[in-house]
Write a protein that binds this ligand. Structure first.
Ligand SMILES: NC(=O)C1=CN([C@@H]2O[C@H](COP(=O)(O)OP(=O)(O)OC[C@H]3O[C@@H](n4cnc5c(N)ncnc54)[C@H](O)[C@@H]3O)[C@@H](O)[C@H]2O)C=CC1
Ligand SMILES: O=C(O)C(=O)COP(=O)(O)O
Length: 523
């Protein structure tokens, strides 16, 4: 049974697949109203709940954080990643609603609609006081031409506005396709009559419209922020409202929400809404269904498509990658158990058809298998890279330049303090995973269950003596593979057993002539 905490107000209709699932228990409560946070596998939020590292630590079972919306600045994604928790969002569901809200704010701002509405309702009739400004023929500056920015651009063009865009990640082709003029930030600031911001809140965008940049804007400029509080610096904005440089401002978002003692709320030329961009029936239904669908997929072990901290895989790609992903995890466990010592470098080489897949995901799967044998905390594809780094393990992946003859092959070289371990594996459709080489010895076995790895001298009788010893202790050998480089040299055995060996028996085997190394492996 999975436990899901819905901590913010999210459409129940959209969440129906989760609410109706017999395998999922859903609790709809604010975090501070929940008695026992430890049971939850998933938490679903909007922008109100802050998913801090402290909260993540209080939820040791947490596997996935679902954001029913776009912005994840209320989630400590770095901490989630470190703790191996997947973060997903619903990136498209509220785009149109937010673009429409921004447009509504722009029109309301230039036509003084909120002020005029309040005035008429209070018994006044001041037509001349509310002389407005047309959008037609004005220069609209859009900072951030992502999903919402592009929808604004389309609507602005329909209104006969000229659209200027600043987005450092915007390609010329995309700007051309959307029909906007891409320019520098300074050009936009100098030329725009109205500026609207649609970036995420990041280190780069925090205070993007601060004192210096506001000074570059036109006298009488209008500003809008329906993205994130803080992109326009609120303190600087107060100064520019006071000195009359900024003519009007529309804000849906604030540095602190709900705003407390915020001077901006005292200006008549500032119009505000309480973070309503995504608040439409349509958007809420859409983001809730997207998140519900993703969480269900995740909890059923299927790939998610809107993860913030995992590579995004389509169903088709996932199906292709899955056998390699599973195999890589097992090889990681095998390598880690064969090499019980500190490791400094891991190199993974992909060959053949597997090299055309999302190999970074397979590498993380290897690392998570490898590290899970060594550390107590949760390690999975989300945090394996970070944990490897924290433990001083350098890992790299490359594509093989030479072909070994297999249709696909993953070769791994692990360098430890006193030894190295080399393993090669291939996946054969309808046959399965095969380990085809260990430390330079050709071999062929299915990596599963209880295995016994022995290095020995290739002499007559050694294999028989091992078999007899195991027989004496009632240990049944299911399969046995041997590999050698040359007759009479060093060789290896890989036995698959019905149960693992006691340490005393391993010690006993090690006292036998011609046995060099013995290790129990559990996959
Ligand atoms: N008011 C509300 O209720 C809502 C607010 N939002 C917010 O709106 C913002 C935009 O959302 P989307 O369009 O969906 O995101 P998006 O990710 O599609 O677009 C963001 C754009 O900003 C650009 N960008 C990043 N750094 C930049 C920089 N330093 N300067 C200029 N451009 C930069 C990116 O290249 C990208 O094109 C986000 O902050 C999101 O949280 C989203 C939905 C509802
Ligand atoms: O999706 C976003 O980024 C939003 O800002 C919407 O926030 P909300 O879900 O309405 O609290």
């Amino acid at each position: 049974m999975f436990h899901v905490l819905v901590a913010d107000s999210i459409s129940s209709v959209g969440l129906a697949p989760i609410l109706e699932s017999e395998d999922i228990t859903v609790v709809q409560k604010k975090v501070d109203e929940v008695e026992d946070l430890t049971v939850f596998d998933a938490i679903l939020v909007r922008s109100a709940t802050k998913v801090t590292e402290d909260l993540i630590k209080q939820m040791p079972n947490l596997k996935i954080i679902g954001r029913a919306g776009v912005g994840v600045d209320n989630i400590d994604v770095e901490a989630a990643t470190r703790h191996g928790v997947v973060v997903i969002n619903a990136p498209n569901g509220n785009t149109v609603s937010t673009a429409e809200h921004t447009f509504a704010m722009m029109m309301a701002l230039l036509r003084h609609i909120p002020q005029a509405n309040a005035s008429v309702k209070s018994g006044e009739w001041k037509r001349s006081q509310y002389l407005g400004t047309e959008l037609y023929n004005k220069q609209l500056g859009i900072i951030g031409l992502g999903r919402i920015g592009s929808e604004i651009a389309k609507r602005a063009k329909a209104f006969g506005m000229n659209v200027l865009v600043f987005d450092p990640f915007l390609t010329k082709e995309r700007a051309k396709k959307i029909g906007v003029n891409s320019c520098t930030l300074d050009e936009l600031l100098q030329e725009a009559d109205i500026i609207t911001v649609h970036t995420p809140l990041t280190k780069e965008t925090k205070g993007l419209l601060g004192r210096d940049n506001l000074a570059k804007t036109k006298q009488g400029v209008y500003l809008l922020n329906c993205a994130r509080g803080g992109i326009i610096d609120e303190e600087a904005l107060v100064e520019y409202l006071e000195n009359g440089h900024v003519k009007g401002v529309a804000l849906d978002v604030f540095e602190v929400e709900p705003p407390k003692n915020n001077k901006l709320l005292t200006y008549d030329q500032v119009i505000v809404t309480p973070h309503l961009g995504a608040s439409t029936k349509e958007a809420q239904l859409s983001v809730a269904s997207q998140v519900a669908e993703e969480v269900l997929k995740f909890l059923n072990g299927k790939p998610v498509s809107s993860s913030i901290n995992l590579p995004t895989l389509t169903k088709e790609v996932y199906e292709k990658i899955q056998p390699f992903y599973k195999m890589a995890k097992k090889i990681g466990k095998l390598a880690s158990q064969c090499m019980k010592e500190p490791v400094s470098d891991i190199e993974i080489v992909y060959e053949g058809s597997v090299s055309e897949l999302e190999t970074s995901f397979i590498t993380k799967s290897f690392l998570s298998g490898f590290l899970s044998e060594r550390i107590a905390s949760t390690v999975n594809e989300v945090n394996a890279g970070i944990i490897a780094g924290e433990r001083g393990i350098n890992y790299s992946e490359k594509i093989a330049t030479n072909r070994s003859g297999y249709e696909n092959c993953i070769s791994i070289l692990v360098d430890g303090e006193s030894s190295s371990f080399r393993v090669k594996a291939t996946y054969i459709p309808h046959y399965g995973e095969r380990i085809i080489e260990i430390n330079g010895y050709d071999i062929d076995f299915y990596p599963t269950g209880e295995l016994l790895y022995i290095q020995h001298i290739d002499k007559p009788g050694v294999i028989g003596r091992v078999g007899n010893k195991l027989g004496e202790h009632q240990i049944n050998i299911a399969t046995m593979q041997v590999g050698r480089k040359e007759a009479g040299g060093e060789a290896i055995m890989m036995l698959s057993l019905d149960k693992p060996l006691e340490q005393a028996l391993i010690d006993d085997l090690l006292t036998m002539d011609d046995i060099v190394f013995v290790r129990n492996i559990h996959l």
